[in-house]
Each structure stands twice: as C-alpha cells, then as structure tokens.
Write a protein that binds this ligand. Sequence first.
Ligand SMILES: *[C@@H]1O[C@H](CO)[C@@H](O)[C@H](O)[C@H]1NC(C)=O
Length: 342
Amino acid sequence: MLTLKGHLFSAFYIFSLAFLSRASPARRQTTTLKAAAGSRYFGAALAAGHLSNASDPDFALFAQEQFSGATPENEMKWDATEPSEGVFTFSQGDQVASFAVSNNMLLRGHTLVWHSQLPAWVSTLTGDDLLNAMNNHITTVMTHFQGQTFAWDVVNEAFNDDGTLGTSPFLTQLGSGYIETAFTTARAADPTAKLYINDFNTEGINAKSDALLETVQSLKASNLIDGVGFQSHFIVGEVPQDLQQNLQRFADAGVDVAITELDIRMTVPASEANLQQQATDYAFVINACQAVSRCVGITTWGIPDIYSWVPGTFPGQGAALLFDDNYNEKPAFSSTIDALSN
Ligand SMILES: *[C@@H]1O[C@H](CO)[C@@H](O)[C@H](O)[C@H]1NC(C)=O
C-alpha cells in the first residue's frame, strides 16, 4: 500500500516520464526572449499555415511563449491581399493578426509596395491606372488592419546595391516620386500607424544605405516616415561590423530603427564551429540594437529552422534561426538571451 509520500512520488514520476518522453523540444533556459528583451519587442515572422497546423502545435506554443512581436510572413503581401484588381482577401492576414493581438504581440504590417510577390495584373497597368491601383491598395489594406498593426512596411526593397532605385512597375510608370506618394497615401490611410521603409544590404554603411538615408531624411522632412527596417538576412561570420554605427546614423535622422527579418545562415548540415559563430553573431546584432535607444525591436524571420525560407532560396544553406528543426534551443538562443539580459 502506498503512503501519501509514495503517491506523490508516483505522480511526480509519471509526470516526469510524460514530460521526458516528449521528443521535443528541450527547454533549458528559465527565461524567454520576450521577457529578456524588456522594453523592446522580440518578434518572429508567423505564417498562418504554421499557426493553424494541428500536426505541429509547438509553432503556436513557441510563438506565444517566446515572442512579443509578429510579422505575417506572406499573408499581407500584395499577391495575398489583392490577387485580382479590387478583389481583397484578408482571411490569412486576419488569422495572423488576431493571433498576434490576442497574445499581446506588436504586429508589423508587411508590406504594401514591393516589386516582388506582386500579382501580374499590377504590372500591366500604366500611368494613372497604376497610381490609382497603388493608392487603393495601400488605403484598403491599411484601413482593414487599422488598430491591429502598430507599424507598416510601406515600401520594401526599393534600392539596388549601388544606391540607384531598383526596377519595378512603380518606378517605371510613376517615376522616383512613387515612394513619397506611397508614404503620403499611407499616412492618410492610417494616421496611427508607424510608417517604415524596409530593405536588405543596408545594415552596414555602404552606397545602398547612403541612398536609403537620403530618402529617409527627405521623407522625414515632410513628416511622412517614422522608422526604418533593416532586414538583416545575414551569413554566419559576415555581420557588418558597423551595424550599430549605421543604425545610429538613421536614428539621428529622427526615426525609429528595427531589425525586421533577422536570420543568420550557414552551410548545412551545420558544424559545431558555425553554430558557435552564429551565437556570437546573434549576440552582436542584439547588442547593436540595444546600444541605439531608437532601436525599438528585433524580429527573427521564423521560429524553427525547418520552416525557414533560407534552404529554398539559398540551396545548401540553412540553420539560420534560434531553434533547430525540433524546436530545441540552439547556442544562438542562449547567446541572444544573454545579450538581451545585459
Ligand atoms: C505541419 O506539421 C507537420 C508535422 O510537424 C509538418 O511536417 C508540416 O510541414 C507542417 N505544415 C505546415 C504548413 O506547417
């Protein structure tokens, strides 16, 4: 016959077995990314298909437990929200938005004007037809999500690496003024939203970030912009060493800055040395943001490595996020927690 102590022990034993028999994930840290980040948000790109995946409840669980910010991975892009002219579909975006809002996550709207993931019909329009379609898209999407999105990437990836404006239907049909037009329309559509321009290869000081800064200063002079997003899709061992200095010069222009799509890729399968270097690199990025008072938050482009965009876009590369394929914490998770806690 079991004593009370015996009962308690049995209960504990069975509970422990149940816990240990779970194949994944291994939880070692006693704090979370969002708790360690304090007054800044720590976000992740969330895909509706993962959030609603009954075969993978860990995705929504980790999103809730670890993150205080959210960006829809694809669900608010033009091809998702207006696949045919004037026909708006918000169900996927709504799914991400309601998850974020109900879990007290700051939601970044992403993205309104971008040459990629743009439905073909947009590229067939000319002149005022394209102008009207762009303005209608911005206004309709922002109005729909008003009150849920605290910020919007109004214009995404507008520049070439040499600092010239990149080819797009918007540039071709509307000229370089399309950026200011987009921001003017966005400001009117949702005066409560922080308006961002977002890009990659602008994390260090170079011709592209110089050109971006000039545009930001010009938009800021007309009070049309509030922030700059630095995507930060990095390669292990190659994080720009002047990241903090670069973030600071944008902050000095009077706007917020944010790390918006962070991942640090490597050759897979990942070597132990690269995982350690990745831990160092993540900490470096966190420290750079934390050293700039106007750096408001950090977003990683996903949660577990298994769903990352990296292997599909850069064959042979991967392992770019803080959690491995089975949601185990990687060395970069611990270094990120440590850097955030400092
Ligand atoms: C859903 O979960 C299963 C099991 O983890 C996984 O194999 C599949 O890729 C997931 N699909 C999506 C869309 O998340």
